[in-house]
Design a protein around this ligand. Structure first.
Ligand SMILES: [Zn+2]
Length: 416
């Protein structure tokens, strides 16, 4: 056992972490209004997602990061890996190792935003319930991903179990007309006087300058939306500071609801206390509360789904089901390099834990395979083992075959 720890300290530590974090697990989904495990929806992780769990889980964890925590995490791991690889090498390899640290971190960040991969989906047992996204973008938004069409957006949603999504480009009304079976619904995100208003339904063009010069003018947009037959939701998480003391005036002006979870990095830092205040206000006035992917074409996964029942709109109409990691982003940013992965491991299912342990074991065995002098650990090991059949092993002058075991760290373990 001690030999195992000495040879594979990282693998053993990681395996222990995977097991220990099962003691205080996080549920796969929580109801953002109550904080308790979600009752009316289940998160289904596809087989390939579970098979690739170490990659799937890390990329999910990197997706659900507030801006402040993302910066801290990227910096922490760039420094840690640069030091780790730099200090363990000699000569020019020391510089290469130090550079490799940030390069690997950037590669993970790029994979987080752009790598196509299997994703979890939400399923509901009651077929009368709809799974809706109220706020998402296409290339028609100035900050939408170039080439990100409404069809791409529909496929992104369908993969994750949504049955419909409003398309809410910035100040640009979605006119529909996209062929396919997925429900893309008409909407727009109006920017008026430091407030983003999600307008849903039969929206019509407005002259934004009429609503853009004061809070009182901005609030008149809700009456205008009602005149059009549309619904107006105040998007709070990203710009929550701008009008937070005036939310009572929003009620008076006829706001239909509030967005309380938004997956955009700038919005994930929305404090739990502020969310609690908004929930109380919405409940008191029987207003909708919603979650939003706010997808702009980047990232493979949503952090939130809405499970909506038919009937009159109100506080109980819509359940906001969120990945717990996304609701834990208002903690200290500096610790994100550690806490994000701690939360991630606590959120693993048993199938994912089994996948993690299998990968740890396979990689540890691979790195621990006996190999001959001059051969480094690496992808070529299979080819080398095959070539043994045709190449006789080198023979020492005394007649002994040159062979020794090397650990992953590169030093020769004592004879056993
Ligand atoms: Zn948006």
């Amino acid at each position: 056992m001690l030999t195992l720890v000495r040879r594979h300290p990282i693998a053993v530590a990681l395996a222990i972490l995977v097991l220990v974090t099962a003691i205080g697990p996080l549920p796969p989904l929580v109801d953002a209004a109550t904080g308790s495990p979600a009752g009316d929806g289940a998160l289904v992780r596809p087989l390939l997602y579970v098979f690739l769990a170490p990659l799937s889980d890390v990329l999910d964890a990197l997706t659900f990061l507030s801006v402040e925590r993302a910066e801290a995490l990227l910096l922490t791991w760039s420094v840690v890996l640069a030091l780790w690889w730099g200090l363990r090498s000699r000569g020019w390899r020391r510089i290469a190792g130090a550079v490799a640290g940030p390069v690997v971190v950037v590669a993970f960040a790029a994979a987080t935003v752009a790598l196509p991969r299997p994703v979890p989906r939400l399923t509901v047992s009651d077929s009368s319930l709809a799974v809706v996204d109220y706020h998402a973008h296409t290339q028609a938004s100035h900050d939408g991903r170039k080439g990100w069409t409404a069809s791409d957006l529909a496929q992104w949603h369908a993969r994750q179990g949504f049955t419909g999504s409003y398309v809410t480009d910035h100040n640009s009304i979605f006119m529909g007309g996209v062929p396919g079976t997925f429900n893309l619904l008409q909407g727009v995100e109006w920017s008026v006087f430091d407030q983003h208003v999600i307008a849903l339904g039969p929206v019509q063009p407005i002259d934004r300058s009429e609503f853009d010069h004061s809070t009182a003018a901005m609030l008149r947009i809700f009456a205008e939306l009602h005149r059009q037959g549309a619904v107006g939701i105040a998007s709070l998480p990203e710009y929550w500071r701008n009008h937070f003391d005036e939310l009572d005036q929003f009620i008076g002006a006829g706001v239909d609801g509030f967005e309380i979870v938004t997956c955009a990095p700038k919005a994930l830092g929305f404090p739990a206390g502020a969310r609690h205040d908004v929930l109380e206000l919405a409940q008191r006035h029987d207003l909708l509360v919603i979650g939003a992917s706010d997808n702009h074409g980047w990232g493979a996964v949503t952090c939130v789904w809405n499970v909506t029942s038919p009937g009159p709109k109100g506080f109980r109409t819509n359940h906001v089901l969120a990945r717990p990691l996304a609701l834990l982003q208002d903690g200290p940013a500096a610790s994100a390099g550690v806490t994000q992965f701690w939360f991630m491991l606590r959120g693993l299912s048993w199938a994912e834990r089994a996948s993690w342990l299998t990968w740890i074991l396979v990689i540890a065995i691979y790195l621990g395979l006996p190999r001959r002098r001059g051969q480094r650990a690496g992808v070529g090991i299979l080819a080398r083992s095959l070539s043994l059949k045709t190449e006789p092993p080198p023979v020492q002058p005394g007649g002994g075959v040159v062979e020794r075991r090397r650990s992953s760290a590169g030093h020769t373990p004592p004879a056993e």
